[in-house]
Design a protein around this ligand. Structure first.
Ligand SMILES: [Zn+2]
Length: 56
């Protein structure tokens, strides 16, 4: 789904395959699936599990 490795927006660590992540994004206005995929690449921000648990 992603050509580039996504990185954690908090610590910058590369997200590894199979690793649980939190995903933050605004819901897209357009509903076409192809557009949603492009949108995810631009807008999605991941937080790795360790940083997600550090918050709060
Ligand atoms: Zn992190």
């Amino acid at each position: 789904m992603f050509n580039e490795s996504p990185k954690c927006r908090v610590c910058g660590k590369e997200i590894e395959g199979g690793e649980p992540v939190q995903l933050e994004m605004r819901y897209p206005k357009s509903r076409g699936f192809a557009e949603v995929k492009a949108y995810l690449k631009l807008e999605a921000q991941f937080t790795c599990d360790a940083c997600a648990k550090k918050k709060h």
